[in-house]
Design a protein around this ligand. Structure first.
Ligand code: CP
Ligand code: NVA
Length: 332
């Protein structure tokens, strides 16, 4: 809840399902995909589906609520989907640009967090070091959402899994092949896949694997859910039984100095027609965007009928609306 001695008259959003909201959503912050349970993910997808189908039913549900968005890196999808999402729910979003609010320059991160809690009901933070988002969350009494850090991109994973569920009507035992960099997008997708019982086969160049700590964590989750996670250096093996073939950029924001080396290392991992011809014919292609056409993915593949990429981008809106609705209205 907003931290204020002068709170506005409370405007509780009319709950879509008060019972389930009360039982679930005990966690305050959404930082990595580690926080959310399998049950909470299912509930979120059900709500997002309703919001996508009949957005008008939810107009005004977050009237009087506000979201601050403190970004240290550029963004198109994350920024616009949160802003439009808040507006559709009757609340408002305030964007704080990197140039005007560089973390720790004008004032400390701790002070920023403590002040923003007095104005808003939740915050979305996009940073470089993940520890900054964790610090922010520790100092904020309002829910904090990771809008991308060097380590995780959990909002992307919500849209990714929702898109797969939409296409195949289930997530259970769905085979996801991830080809490319063991980066923030893969880290969150690993947690997501493991939690919903999907299998994930990642093909990555040597030296670009997720950390041992993450892999150990994932192993524990898969013991519970039965999901199978496999890492290799071979894209052809990874895509063999894939329902969804996923890739992301080879050079993430903040890695620009490594560009030349990375382009060399990732060359055999391009998602192109030759690789896709070895995947099942009805598999879909996914990319979180922005894409570097001609690097990690070809034009032909992005434009092919198998591409679910723009549905995936659209689903950022619906899944994040469900996320902010739950985080802002849950009783903790
Ligand atoms: N996929 C994604 O997060 O896009 P933006 O960087 O444009 O927000
Ligand atoms: N891995 C990419 C994702 C962009 C949405 C990056 O961090 O730049």
């Amino acid at each position: 809840m907003k931290d204020s001695s002068k709170k506005k008259a409370s405007l509780p959003a009319k709950s879509i399902s008060k019972k389930s909201t009360a039982k679930l959503w005990a966690f305050k912050d959404f930082l990595s995909m580690k926080e959310i349970s399998s049950q909470e993910l299912s509930a979120l997808f059900v709500l997002a589906e309703k919001m996508k189908k009949n957005p008008e039913v939810f107009y005004g549900k977050l009237k009087g609520h506000s979201l601050v968005m403190l970004f240290q890196k550029p963004s198109m999808r994350t920024r616009v989907s949160f802003e439009v999402g808040m507006q559709e729910l009757g609340g408002c979003a305030v964007y704080m640009a990197p140039q005007e609010h560089p973390l720790g320059e004008r004032e400390s991160l701790k002070d920023i967090a403590r002040v923003l809690c007095r104005y808003a009901d939740a915050a979305v933070i996009r940073t470089y070091a993940h520890s900054e988002i964790e610090d922010f969350a520790r100092n904020a009494s309002i829910p904090v959402i990771n809008g991308l850090s060097d380590s995780y991109h959990p909002c992307q994973t919500l849209a990714d899994l929702f898109t797969i569920r939409e296409k195949f009507r289930t997530l259970d035992k769905i085979n996801i092949a991830y080809i490319g960099d063991g980066n923030n997008v893969l880290n969150s997708l690993l947690y997501g896949a493991a939690k919903v019982g999907a299998n994930l086969s990642a093909a990555l160049p040597k030296g670009y694997e997720p950390s041992e700590e993450i892999l150990k964590d994932i192993k524990l989750i898969t013991k519970e859910t039965g999901s199978k996670i496999n890492l290799s250096n071979n894209p052809f093996t990874a895509i063999k039984n894939a329902h969804a073939v996923y890739t992301d950029v080879w050079v993430s924001m903040g890695q620009e100095k490594q560009r030349e080396q990375r382009l060399r290392d990732f060359q055999p991992f391009q998602v192109n027609s030759a690789i896709l011809s070895k995947a099942p014919k009805d598999s879909i292609v996914m990319h979180c965007l922005p894409a570097h056409r001609g690097e990690e993915i070809t034009d032909e593949v992005i434009e092919s009928p198998r591409s679910a990429i723009f549905d995936q981008a659209e689903n950022r809106l619906h899944t994040q609306k469900a996320l902010i609705y739950y985080l802002m209205t849950a009783k903790r």
